[in-house]
Design a protein around this ligand. Structure first.
Ligand code: PXG
Length: 442
């Protein structure tokens, strides 16, 4: 069993999304991180196969980011977020909008991906109301989608385990079907070929049921991350865009995971050549160093909401004490600077073929029923152990950790998405360990 740091009291912390009892029986403590490695409380170096939790694309311990945060903490630790401004939040918004695809104009700041999702949904409702279409209140998500844990995001999300304990959801929500289909798409390299027509369900089932005039927005992840790396079939997102356009429905891409280089571009929207009306992001926005989320809106959305309200009113009564927090703004500016200066998105594109080859080399290992990849994201899906769903993947996760590799498990799937600064030989090490462990766990 790994060491618990001396004298540490484990009695009072209620851990998020964690088996609290299991953790205490087998504690795993991270002490430090640098580059693509963690160091645990025992001094073991552990290869970070998931960029933290999909957030540290530039690698850990970046001095540029740490220095920017430290400088800012000394200069201005906090400024009131409402009715007052500080220069850095405006600068961070300008940098983020410039970093986003052409046609986006404003960024609204919050502190997490969950808050970004709920903020985007509220912007959609306010936007339609400002245009005199206040009946547009229905929100459409997708089965197996994840948009965080707040009530809006949970409701449009489609992971049953995240919803069933909480009963009441936001009303007026419906869900598209998931695009995940092993029968047609198992072992696809890159975007799966089959399934663009699944977008038509919006027009065939959902719009006739609710009436387009009542639908505010469709929110999807360009690829579903938390549910196990479910990739969009080729042409699917473009078709969703067309249907939304024809029906006056806003399209929101939740890019909390797919943003900041995971797919080799600042945002997945660019990679797929499909522009949503809003992009939500978080995680990589500060390289994970300070909590921060954002909603980036297309030209016209801010103007519509703001100009519809009386002069000198608070046009959009929504925001957080820590929206645009000085430390987060400093971290975001520094992180975007690192991504741009070091060309990390191009680097991810260059590494993609090697990464793809390395993960698909695990085909044929015991119980591997699918391997999928795009950008620097990959997943290996395992057959469930009869009578014990999910246990096999969890065992793989725990055994990888014992062998100095951090991956993520979700359901029957192992997800991998290392920092963009990873080297080719480290990619090889990552998949060698994963392959050995999958064989061991059989
Ligand atoms: N949207 C998406 C698409 C996400 O992936 C959130 C919203 C919520 O973000 P916050 O910052 O509120 O946690 C997320 C978060 C995993 C994993 O292993 C994924 C997330 C978080 C933790 C673990 O798949 N995604």
């Amino acid at each position: 069993m790994a060491r618990v740091p001396d004298g540490l009291n484990l009695d009072n912390y209620w851990m998020p999304f964690t088996g609290n009892r299991e953790f205490r029986s087998n504690p795993r403590f991270i002490a430090r991180a640098e580059g693509v490695h963690f160091t645990d409380a025992d001094g073991r170096r552990i290869l970070d196969g998931l960029s933290g939790l999909w957030c540290c694309g530039a690698g850990h311990g970046r001095p540029e980011i740490a220095d920017a945060i430290a400088r800012q903490a000394r200069e201005l630790d906090y400024a009131p977020a409402f009715q007052m401004g500080h220069p850095l939040e405006f600068e961070a918004a300008a940098r983020l909008v410039a970093h986003a695809p052409h046609g986006f104009s404003h960024a609204f700041f919050c502190n997490s991906g969950s808050e970004a999702a709920d903020s985007a949904l509220k912007i959609a409702l306010a936007y339609h109301r400002a245009r005199g279409e206040g009946a547009r209140q229905r929100l459409i998500g997708r089965e197996r989608g994840y948009h965080g844990v707040n009530f809006g995001g949970m409701s449009v999300g489609g992971i049953p385990g995240n919803r069933k304990a909480f009963g009441q959801q936001v009303a007026g929500v419906d869900h598209l079907s998931s695009t995940h289909d092993l029968e047609h798409n198992a072992f696809s390299r890159g975007e799966p070929q089959w399934g663009a027509h699944l977008a038509d369900e919006l027009e065939r089932r959902i719009i006739p049921l609710h009436d387009a005039a009542n639908i505010a927005a469709v929110i999807v992840e360009p690829f579903a991350g938390s549910a196990g790396v479910l990739l969009p079939p080729r042409g699917y997102l473009a078709r969703l865009r067309e249907i939304c356009d024809r029906n006056g429905i806003l399209l929101i891409f939740d890019e909390v995971i797919s943003g900041f280089g995971r797919l080799g571009y600042a945002f997945a929207a660019e990679r797929f050549g499909v522009m949503p009306d809003m992009i939500t992001c978080a995680k990589g926005l500060t390289n994970g160093a300070v909590p921060m989320g954002a909603v980036i809106v297309r030209e016209g959305i801010y103007e519509t909401v703001v100009n519809a309200a009386p002069a000198e009113s608070v046009e959009f009564p929504h925001g957080y004490t820590y929206s645009g927090h000085p430390l987060a703004a400093a971290a975001a500016i520094a992180a975007i600077g690192v991504y741009e200066r070091e060309g990390l998105y191009e680097r991810a594109r260059e590494l993609e073929p090697h990464f793809e080859g390395a993960v698909h080399a695990l085909r044929g290992k015991p119980n591997v029923i699918d391997i999928r990849n795009l950008g620097l994201v990959a997943a290996v899906e395992l057959a469930p152990r009869p009578g014990a769903p999910g246990v096999r993947a969890k065992e793989v996760f725990l055994k990888c950790y014992e062998r100095n590799l951090m991956v993520r498990f979700t359901g029957e799937t192992i997800a991998v998405s290392p920092p963009l600064v990873i080297e080719r030989n480290e990619i090889d090490t990552l998949f060698d360990i994963l392959g050995e462990v999958i064989a061991d766990v059989a």
